[in-house]
Write a protein that binds this ligand. Structure first.
Ligand code: HEC
Length: 142
């Protein structure tokens, strides 16, 4: 009786995991991690770091800042896809930290709150450091 129950549970589990796998969309990563840094992460985070020197003034500048922050936040998701993820533990956490910090920056830009945006920039910078200190040995960057 017990064996039958176990067999049933095992096959249910197998069914559920294959169903979950079947539902995963097929991502097609195009850029390497290095290219993602250069094309998306560096320019969008730079724009946020610049706020400490000069805050956005016009509506257009605030909108551009919101878009930068959104793009930066989403780049964290891109870093989790496929072979870009160096592991399923610390790497995912570091990428999620970038999603979170980018989201905080987006909300600050949406509220047109200069001080909050500068603080969010510090949080963003900490996520760059966090990942690099773990995955770029001896590197001197951000
Ligand atoms: C989840 C991990 C992770 C996060 C978060 C991250 N990086 Fe990176 N970054 C890397 C890795 C890995 C490389 C090395 C890629 C390679 O060369 O293969 C890199 C490379 C770089 C480089 C060197 C590019 C070059 O010239 O070769 C810069 C600059 C950089 N990152 C800036 C940033 C900034 C700014 C942030 C934060 C806004 C950031 N990174 C966030 C993992 C990360």
């Amino acid at each position: 009786m017990r064996t039958i129950l176990l067999l049933f549970l095992a096959s249910l589990l197998l069914f559920l995991t294959s169903a979950a796998r079947a539902q995963q969309p097929t991502f097609i990563p195009v850029a390497s991690v290095n290219q993602l840094m250069k094309a998306i992460v560096i320019p969008t985070s730079d724009a946020i770091f610049q706020v400490a020197m000069k805050a956005p003034e016009t509506d257009e500048e605030w909108t551009a800042m919101q878009n930068n922050a959104l793009t930066l936040a989403e780049s964290g998701n891109l870093l989790m896809i496929g072979s870009r993820a160096k592991d399923q533990g610390d790497w995912i956490k570091a990428a999620q930290a970038l999603v979170n910090a980018g989201t905080v920056a987006f909300k600050a830009a949406e509220a047109k709150n200069e001080d909050a945006l500068i603080e969010a920039g510090d949080q963003v910078y900490a996520t760059c450091e966090g990942c690099h200190s773990r995955y770029l040995e001896g590197a001197q960057i951000g």
